[in-house]
Design a binder for this molecule. Sequence first.
Ligand SMILES: [Zn+2]
Ligand SMILES: [Zn+2]
Length: 261
Amino acid sequence: MISGMCVRCGGRIAALQKESVVREKARQLSDQASYPVIYRMLKGIVLCGVCLDALPLIGHDICRQCGRDRELQASIGNEGLCRDCFHGEDDQILVANRSLLRYEKGEKDLLGLFKYRGDERLALYYGTLLAITVQRYYRSMGFTWITMVPLHPQRLRERGFNQVDLLAGHLGAAIKIPVKPLLLRTKDTPKLSKQKGRAARHESMREAFVWDGQDVPVPSAAKILLLDDIYTTGSTLRSCAKTIREHLGPSCEVYSLTIYR
Ligand SMILES: [Zn+2]
Ligand SMILES: [Zn+2]
């Protein structure tokens, strides 16, 4: 049985051949309760067995704050935190971040393709990965809304779409949580690669967002799932979370979710 083409290698997806990998990965990513859901999502994902097997999944041992794979950080050991989170500010602006994949070399091209072309099959692929990540880490959270890190209006005009909006659409449909745009980006920050170091990134992200959820009713204790494609230093997500909490109040909790960490 064959069901379409793999988004990573372009090869044909042979469902029978993929089956054992789906089972193995579903076991790796789930507990007893979430196994059937994750199994079904992996079965439907537009990857062949070989590419599914090669996904750089984040392991079980992660930093409890930023969700980074502890295999990558030998120095971890400080209260379950990685070095950056241990030395960072513990202000609870962002309760936690969780991601599914390590940002390895081969991943950059695929993400770039999605980011600049908005390929609909890739949107579905990444949206499914995010839904799996919610099942893996945030299953019982009961989020009020999903919201997105916005693009600056100028960039949005140039590109024609925000790739994170596309992801939110698929994720919201998969986990049945409403998607609400809440933020506007007021500073067009330089590209990641042109910025040097954490301090510089942190500085350039200060006051980069304002509240833009005009007709959104304000619940008493909202739990927001904030979406982006990648967590690098966390400055962008923290700046968004800060703006959201300034508006919705300190009882509001913001959790972030990204494909890559
Ligand atoms: Zn493949
Ligand atoms: Zn961390």
